[in-house]
Each structure stands twice: as structure tokens, then as C-alpha cells.
Design a protein around this ligand. Structure first.
Ligand SMILES: *Cc1c(COP(=O)(O)O)cnc(C)c1O
Length: 447
């Protein structure tokens, strides 16, 4: 059996230690430089709320490999399910010889996603692939070409999802031309909107009017197959739209025959204190894209939605060699069992209270923290120059690096690179999370 790392922060060497430094040298000679890593350490094992590196340093994990290991790293139910499946068969291709695991994951997704209507699912390999397929399905259903995405949106790194993604560096610069018929509309960003118009920041319906105006005037509803939107924007800065924004946009989509695609790749599976973030506003989207947290670390993505829309593409129009790989499906069934049986939705709510309280207190004494926001175990601080709303990307970078050296994994995000985001695994203890927040506060105080 694998032994999980001790659940404590421990610095055995400087970070990075000698083992990591040596691996970094090999990497520089072997790995394309376009792939970068946030941390300077190389991982040996991980579990609970800790990542242990090759030098024996144990870091508190407030990143979950970007919201993936929601059920914990090497979670026992995932490991057991994978072990069993990998010994039976590793691949047949569902398009060649199907198997139960794929069907069971589709059933679970149809049951767990919001909406009391008949649903279908398709399984894929990644979040980007899920978004690509949702757009294919929406175009096939509506017979319309255009797709709308939003300012600060992130949807992946394939050609179509680059087009949907808002931020040029590092995601798009030099990689065009991008897929045509993709448009961008303003969304709802309460902290930044409040600097322009307090009402716009408070009332999501006002923000939706602005959005809908752009959709109607610059695209035309008759041309629009789908809107693709993250219910809480992830890479864009953990932006929670003003209440009412998403329901107003959904209602407009319904009235105009536009497919509403919720990209829940980052927010799905208990992360935000609900099984899916759309539930916070009582919404049932037409299609939901999932990936990241679905498989406890194994690569899997999915599109789930209304049966009539999902079944629009012709037979054999959807698929892929690895999509819904049996080992990934086994992992997902283990991970979803952990989410449900261990009430990780409730646990995310507890972590939200712990993080919010601590960070709000920190904000009261530090005017470089412009905003504290997020939901569940998806909480962020937006850093600005003292007493202004000017983004401070340098401070953000320095703070993240200081936390890493002190043995705490935090990630950054935001269109302006000035947001520190916290995405702990839901299996982390209160004590470890509190210690991680203490380190964050201490390091910020020293900068
Ligand atoms: C990470 C992410 C994606 C892309 O997922 P990949 O698995 O990296 O392709 C798409 N949408 C959102 C909201 C994401 O956070």
C-alpha cells in the first residue's frame, strides 16, 4: 500500500532542494520551454493536504493541481478503483468495444448535474475538449455558427478554446489565427464594475442588460448558437458575477433559442460549496462542461445536458480514441463516491468560512487587498497598489514565490495577474489550512 505523507508542513532543505535542482537541470535539456511550472520542487508523493518533494520537504497544498484533486491526492477510493481496473483492461476504445464504466460515469453525471430533464453525456479527455464538443453539439442543434464568450473567460488551449479565452499572454500570443465566429461580450465583475457604477456591481440584471445589448447588436441572436460561460471565472480571477446576472442571461438564451453552455471545468464537483456552481443561482444550464475535479487526478472530461440537444449530432459525430478511458472512468466513479459519501459539498462550505474570515481580517489591516471573493474552497484575494484599485502583479508574484519558499502552495490568476487563489483539496484539515493562511499573512506582511 502507498503511505500518504505526514500531514504537516516540513522544510528539510532550502526550496528548491538539491534533488529538485538536479531534476530542473535535466528538465531544461529535455522539456520544451513553453511548458512552465509554478513550483520549483519536484514531487515524490502527495495526499490529504500535503505535497512531499524529492528532498523530503512537505508543502501545504492550497492548489490541488489547479482544482483537480478535490477528493485529495491519491485518494484511497480512487487508488483502489484504478488498481482494480488497470489489472482488468486498460483500453478498448469505447467506439470499438464499449464497457460499463463509461455508461456508469454518464449515469452519474446525468444524475448529479442540475436540471430535472432527460440528459445525456459524452466523455472526453480534458476540459478544452469538453468545451470544443459542447460547441460542436450546440452548432449541430441550432444550425447557427456564432459563439459568444466573455471578458476574463478561460476555456483552454486548443484552437477553438484559445479563441474563446480572453487573455492574450500566455495563452494566445503568437498562436493565431484563431477559430472564426467567436465573439466576446462583457460579463459581471462586481469589484471592477463598482469603480464605474455601483448599481452595475450590485444588480446582476443591469450587468446582463449590458451583455445582452452586445450579443444582440454585435452578433444577432439568430446567428448565435451558444454562449459559453464560467459561472465563477477561474483563470480570469475567481470572479463571482453579481446576483441575477447568470439567470438573466440564461432567460435571454431560452427566449432566443441560444444554447447556454456552463463551463464548470474548474467549479464542478463540490468545489464551490455546491455540486455545481450554477446551483447557487438555482440554474439548470442546457449543457455543462466538466473535467478537472471529476476523476481525482485522472484525465477525463465530459459534456452533459438536455437529451434533445446532446442527441443532435449524427451517429459517430462525437468521440475520440481515449475519450472515457476505462481507468479514468473507474477513477471518476471512486472520486464521485468520495464527493457524495463524505459530504464534500458541506466540507467546502466549512473551508469557505475559515478562509473568508481569515482573509477578511487580513484585508481590514492591509489596503493592498482590494477584494476577497469566491465560493466554497475557491477563494481569492485581488492585490492592488496601496489605497488604489490599480492591479499589482509584482506583489502577487512575489507573495506566491515567498509562500512557496515557506512551504505553502498557492496559485495566481487574473487577467492582470494580480490575484492569489486558494484551491485546497477538500480533504485538508482545518489546522493545515489555518497554518497555510498564517504563512500567507506572514509573507504578505513582510513584502
Ligand atoms: C482548466 C480549464 C479548462 C481547460 O481544461 P483542460 O483540461 O486544461 O483542457 C477549461 N475551462 C475552465 C473553466 C478551466 O478552468
Amino acid at each position: 500500500m502507498t503511505v500518504p505523507p505526514l500531514q504537516s508542513r516540513h522544510l528539510a532543505t532550502e526550496i528548491p532542494g538539491p534533488g529538485s535542482v538536479q531534476l530542473a537541470r535535466r528538465r531544461a535539456a529535455a522539456v520544451a520551454r513553453g511548458v512552465s511550472s509554478t513550483l520549483p520542487v519536484y514531487v515524490a508523493r502527495a495526499g490529504g493536504g500535503v505535497v512531499e518533494d524529492v528532498d523530503g520537504n512537505r508543502l501545504i497544498d492550497l492548489g490541488s493541481g489547479i482544482a483537480v484533486t478535490t477528493v485529495g491526492n491519491a485518494a484511497p477510493r480512487v487508488v483502489d478503483a484504478v488498481r482494480r481496473q488497470v489489472a482488468e483492461f486498460t483500453h478498448t476504445c469505447f467506439m470499438v468495444a464499449p464497457y460499463e464504466g463509461y455508461v456508469a460515469v454518464a449515469e452519474a453525471l446525468n444524475r448529479l448535474t442540475p436540471g430535472q430533464f432527460e440528459k445525456r453525456s459524452v466523455l472526453l479527455n480534458s476540459g478544452a475538449e469538453a468545451v470544443e464538443n459542447a460547441v460542436k453539439i450546440a452548432r449541430s442543434y441550432t444550425r447557427r455558427p456564432a459563439v459568444a464568450a466573455f471578458e476574463h473567460g478561460y476555456h483552454g488551449r486548443t484552437n477553438l478554446t484559445m479563441a474563446l479565452t480572453a487573455k492574450a499572454m500566455p495563452y494566445k500570443s503568437g498562436f493565431g489565427p484563431f477559430a472564426p465566429d467567436v465573439y466576446r461580450a462583457p460579463g459581471s465583475y462586481p469589484y471592477r464594475d463598482s469603480l464605474i457604477d455601483a448599481e452595475l456591481a450590485r444588480d446582476g440584471r443591469r450587468a446582463a442588460e449590458r451583455t445582452i445589448g452586445v450579443l444582440e447588436n454585435q452578433i444577432g441572436a439568430d446567428n448565435l448558437a451558444a454562449v459559453v460561460i464560467e459561472p465563477i471565472q477561474g483563470e480570469g480571477g475567481f470572479i463571482v458575477p453579481a446576483p441575477g446576472f447568470l439567470p438573466a442571461l440564461l432567460a435571454w438564451c431560452r427566449d432566443n433559442g441560444v444554447v447556454f453552455i456552463a463551463d464548470e471545468v474548474q467549479t464542478g464537483f463540490a468545489r464551490t460549496g455546491a455540486m455545481f456552481a450554477c446551483e447557487h443561482e438555482g440554474m439548470a444550464p442546457d449543457l455543462i462542461c466538466t473535467a478537472k475535479g471529476i476523476g481525482g487526478g485522472m484525465p477525463l472530461g465530459a459534456v452533459t445536458g438536455r437529451a434533445d440537444i446532446m442527441d443532435a449530432p449524427h451517429v459517430s459525430g462525437l468521440g475520440g480514441t481515449f475519450g472515457g478511458n476505462p481507468v479514468a472512468c473507474a477513477a471518476a466513479l471512486g472520486a464521485l463516491a468520495a464527493v457524495e459519501d463524505d459530504d464534500l459539498v458541506g466540507r467546502a462550505g466549512q473551508l469557505e468560512r475559515l478562509m473568508f474570515q481569515r482573509l477578511k481580517r487580513l484585508q481590514a489591516d492591509d489596503d493592498r487587498i482590494g477584494d476577497v471573493r469566491g465560493r466554497g474552497a475557491m477563494i481569492a484575494i485581488e492585490l492592488v497598489r496601496p489605497g488604489t484599485s490599480e492591479p499589482d502583479a509584482e506583489l502577487t508574484k512575489a507573495l506566491a514565490a515567498a509562500c512557496h519558499r515557506a512551504g505553502v502552495i498557492v496559485l495566481t490568476c487574473g487577467t492582470s495577474g494580480n490575484v492569489v487563489r486558494l484551491l485546497p483539496p477538500l480533504t485538508i484539515s482545518d489546522e493545515l489550512l489555518s497554518e497555510g493562511l498564517d504563512v500567507l499573512a506572514g509573507e504578505l506582511g513582510r513584502l
